[in-house]
Design a protein around this ligand. Structure first.
Ligand code: COA
Length: 337
């Protein structure tokens, strides 16, 4: 079967208004701006208000992507939402977002691949459009990770932030633009390294799980660091090789924003010069599934992604999973501020 080329035609994002700086965190945690910024590159993050959930951010990002593309929610064939901080275990956050944007009757589901979720969702949406099963797929990364954070654990609390981003996938007019390829992978020996232990069927909520603070993200930071630095390089090389492209062809490298030392190490190993690496980690921290679409929107706004550019995106996280996507961008529609 001949597959259709697929393009990322529009992007929309949304971040909460509330800024929490490293100095703010050091008021309640044994940490400092100096430690956080030198060890992670993060200076501040955005945090949702009480009562706000992932779908509240995701719906705004989704609406903005639709507005940028000049289409209605009713024109969508499928909505896929990636999130590690879903509103609830079920129904899906995709269903809550559908209700908010008015996508009545449109198929919608969540995809669970932790921080690699956006790349996995992109690969899934791409398969629907490429095969002709859908013409317009909205892929949303929506996170209120702050709700899953133990604010007494300095090893995780300083790293994450909230936000959402959405992209629209459509058939491309020619094979000169659009998604070129993916590399996806998962190392199941690393399930213990990064997880939210309780609240699922393994450890359902009890007074003990609550008092043991098991309903928050637990992480072995050092091991995740080593894993990330390794897989970003190997996955990026694989997707480039399979696509017949070289590192030197890449106009912009957009890695998942988890730690600037991970990003710098990966770029160095790959031989990508700093001016071709995108990062906004300093202002948002690790927004999990939202990090890559937040970067895409900001890069397009700043003229760092223009028509014809080859963009390499790489995600990684709990699983331990990873995923890369290589795209030749055409015009990426976004709302002009
Ligand atoms: N403020 C001050 N000190 C802190 C701290 C904080 N926020 N967090 C940890 N420390 C302390 C540790 O307790 C440790 O103290 P000790 O030596 O007395 O035991 C010391 O700093 C060094 O800890 P270490 O874990 O070796 O630091 P690190 O340089 O590896 O940095 C991370 C820690 C978490 C920033 C880093 O490992 C990391 O970013 N890992 C990857 C995490 C990630 O990306 N996760 C998401 C993937 S999607």
């Amino acid at each position: 079967m001949k597959h259709r080329p697929v393009k990322i035609s529009a992007v929309g994002t949304h971040i909460p208004a509330r800024v929490v700086t490293n100095d703010d965190l050091s008021l309640t945690l044994d940490t400092s701006d100096e430690w956080i910024s030198t060890r992670s590159g993060i200076r501040e993050r955005r945090i949702v208000e009480n009562g706000e959930a992932a779908s509240d951010l995701g719906a705004v990002a989704a609406s903005r992507a639709l507005e940028a593309a000049g289409i209605d929610a009713a024109d969508l064939d499928l909505i896929i939402v990636a999130s590690l901080s879903p509103d609830m275990l079920f129904p899906s956050t995709a269903s809550f977002i559908s209700a908010k944007i008015g996508a009545d009757g449109t198929p919608a589901f969540d995809l669970s691949a932790a921080c690699t979720g956006f790349i996995y969702a992109l690969a899934t949406g791409n398969a629907f459009v490429a095969s002709g099963q859908a013409d317009r797929v909205l892929v949303v990364g929506a996170e209120a990770v702050s709700k899953m954070i133990d604010w007494t654990d300095r090893g995780t609390a300083v790293l994450f932030g909230d936000g959402a981003g959405a992209v629209l996938l459509e058939p491309a007019d020619s094979r000169d633009e659009g998604i070129i390829g993916f590399d996806l992978g998962n190392d199941p020996s690393g399930t213990e390294m990064l997880q939210l232990p309780a609240g699922g069927s393994r450890n359902p909520a009890t007074e003990e799980t609550v008092s043991a603070r098991q309903h928050f993200i637990k992480m072995n930071g050092r091991e995740v660091f080593k894993f990330a630095a390794r897989v970003i390089e190997s996955s990026a090389r694989k997707v480039l090789d399979r696509s017949g492209c070289k590192i030197g062809d890449v106009d912009l490298f957009v890695p998942h924003q988890a730690n600037i030392r991970i990003i710098d190490a990966a770029a160095r190993k790959l031989g990508i010069p700093p001016e071709r690496v995108f990062s906004n980690l300093e202002r948002y921290g690790n927004t999990s599934c939202a990090s890559i679409p937040l970067c895409l929107e900001e890069a397009a706004a700043g003229g760092r992604i223009t028509s014809g550019d080859l963009v390499l995106m790489v995600g990684f996280g709990a699983g331990l999973a990873w995923g890369s996507c290589l795209v030749r961008f055409g015009d990426l529609q976004r709302i002009q501020e």
